[in-house]
Design a protein around this ligand. Structure first.
Ligand code: IMP
Ligand code: MG
Length: 179
């Protein structure tokens, strides 16, 4: 590997943060019959699996695939829907669950796309937020951690499809770089 990995967020911290977000969601939706958690594959899978189990409300789970970085570290800015939902979300309370919001293009596109189906409500929940990199504004309702402009992996998040199974969030440090 031409890079090393340095721990940024421990597995213990992630567990308590996910519990905290779950509790907040449960509180916010206490008068709601049913919610649909919508995960964006593949980065959100680990977060969504843990988050869903911290929520005792009746929750459906569905997934979408949107094009992402490919094998590079930079966003393509051109977001394509590659796999749509299975569930009908019209009139339903939905929460989009994402691993990271970076430039904002992915969530902006998914949000606009899903709003066309007229859900009863739409909220966005992201584990990580890199505000320094934002290029388009997207309303985010639940944020786990605000992080600096570093490339991260683990807990579902990949670098060229690797490291998704790390139980913690790590920072990728390129060997030739000094930071
Ligand atoms: P955005 O469209 O630029 O907001 O990018 C969001 C997507 O880019 C996320 O779903 C991630 O898959 C990916 N991404 C952004 N930052 C990172 C990172 O640090 N590591 C791995 N993937 C990232
Ligand atoms: Mg992704």
């Amino acid at each position: 590997m031409d890079y090393t990995i340095e721990e940024l967020i421990s597995a213990e911290s992630l567990a308590s943060k996910v519990k905290e977000i779950g509790t907040q969601i449960e509180k916010d939706y206490s008068n709601t019959d049913e919610i649909i958690l919508i995960g964006l594959l593949r980065g959100s899978t680990v977060f969504l699996a843990d988050l869903a189990r911290e929520i005792t409300l009746d929750a459906k789970i569905d997934f979408m695939v949107v094009s992402s970085y490919g094998n590079s570290m930079n966003s393509s800015r051109e977001v394509k829907i590659k796999k749509d939902l299975e569930e009908d979300i019209s009139g339903k309370h939905i929460i989009i669950v994402e691993d990271i919001i970076d430039t904002g293009y992915t969530l902006e596109k998914v949000r606009e796309y899903l709003l066309l189906r007229e859900p009863a409500s739409l909220k966005i929940c992201t584990l990580l937020d890199k505000p320094e990199r934002r290029e388009v504004e997207v309303p985010v309702d639940y944020t786990g951690y605000t992080i600096p402009d570093v490339f991260v992996i683990g807990y579902g998040i990949d670098y060229a499809q690797r490291h998704r199974n790390l139980p913690y969030i790590g920072k990728v440090i390129m060997k030739e770089s000094k930071s």
